[in-house]
Ligand binder design. Sequence first.
Ligand code: ATP
Ligand code: MG
Length: 501
Amino acid sequence: MKKNVDTISKLIKQEISNYKKKVDTSNVGSVVSVGDGICTIYGLDKAMYGELLSFPHDIYGMVMNLNEDSIGAVILGKENEVYEGDQVKRTNRVVSVGVGEELLGRVVSSLGVPLDGLGPIKYQRQDPIEQGAPSIMDREAVNSPLETGIKAIDSMIPIGKGQRELIIGDRQTGKTAIAIDTIINQKGKDVICVYCAIGQKNSSVAQLVTKLKENDSMKYTIVVNASASEPAPMQYVAPYAATTMAEYFSNKGKDVLIIYDDLSKHAVAYRTLSLLLKRAPGREAFPGDIFYLHSRLLERACHLNKTRGGGSLTALPIVETQAGDITSYIPTNVISITDGQIFLSSDLFNSGQRPAIDSGLSVSRVGSAAQIKAMKKIAASIKIQLASYQELLDFSRFGSDLDASTKAILDHGAILMETLKQRQYSPLSMAEQIVDIYIAQSKLIDDVEPNKVDALLSNIRAYIKSKEPKIFEVINKTKEFPDDVKKKIDSIIGKIKEKKD
Ligand code: ATP
Ligand code: MG
């Protein structure tokens, strides 16, 4: 406190002696107070919102508040090395990060500093972390699928390149697992992936990177990590910086997938900043511009048209709910910004249904336009069948006397649920998924015990791979599912089922 008073009185004395002298404080200022990663600066009259400020000892900050007689800034980096009275200079540029191919396979901080011990990165170019979203004229409709390799998603909630699909659910329901499987499935598909971890434990990010390496997926992936131990400003900046790194590729005509894990923690970091900057709190103590925080981020995802290179940026933001409540503030905001959501339910997860996708609450608003024909045909009725299965399941618990048609719906529903189960780190190709779903929908296996479905399906898959590899090749290549292939599969089902019995 004493020091604070000293600084202010020094400034006043300076002002008095400079009265009429007209000193230029537009480009240089001094720190009046500092704490919790936030500092108030006197001077810098001409500073811009979002401008990078230079503190002594190579520390940087970003302008967040433009008050009449002072500046509110966040410190990006070591906040405990900034002191009251320190001189602050303008840099005349907004906060930027290094971008380029060099980033592939690396783990970096929100400012592009390597965290993986693999040596420094020589950036050829720096781009501002905040960019305007491409205009409507620059965009094209979403028209090609981004395959996740997960049966439940590619069949019922298909995602298209350039789409924004929210992954939402309580803690520990397999949200990150879906994102990682999607990255693994992009192997050999010429898609660049960016995984942005916000407020996660360093150990979980390290584990995830190990898994990606094991699956040979780091080659085309960038990991941006602003862990829970980083100060709030670094967590706030992370998704914007990661998007800038991703846009370097999408602007060059590449397909890019970006995952924000997760935006609830991002919102909390921003709330912390705003409250420390003394902005007025609103609902759930979040500041008034919290919607803009995520809308300006997710608007950057798009499918660019041919004149802009035809690249795409697909965004999979993750949001964590409390006790399945999707009507609280941040979830409703992000649901309304995105083009659909994949809702993960802890009840399903705990009952062993993994991925625990709630087909009733999940939707993809633009992806079905991008779904391949063969899959669209075969998967058209799954959602309705599952809905009537769930309804009857609740009902059937009351009594044991079921008529034949009800029993048929229940049996088939149980087989479908089993078919949609899938282990982690084992994405399937589109053809494999189509065959699995065809088998379930053919009703030829409705008499199989549900707990044997998984084994049966993988036996059939193995059989096709070794004896009839053409089946998968034809579907993958032509994107069609002709009748003669169906017949062949029917006979294979018969053979494998007989073997079992
Ligand atoms: P958090 O809220 O902690 O971020 P999360 O929702 O991201 O959790 P994950 O970490 O992805 O959830 O998964 C939680 C646990 O469930 C992990 O132990 C993971 O291995 C397991 N799990 C996720 N998906 C599957 C799956 N399809 N099959 C089997 N286990 C799974
Ligand atoms: Mg997670």
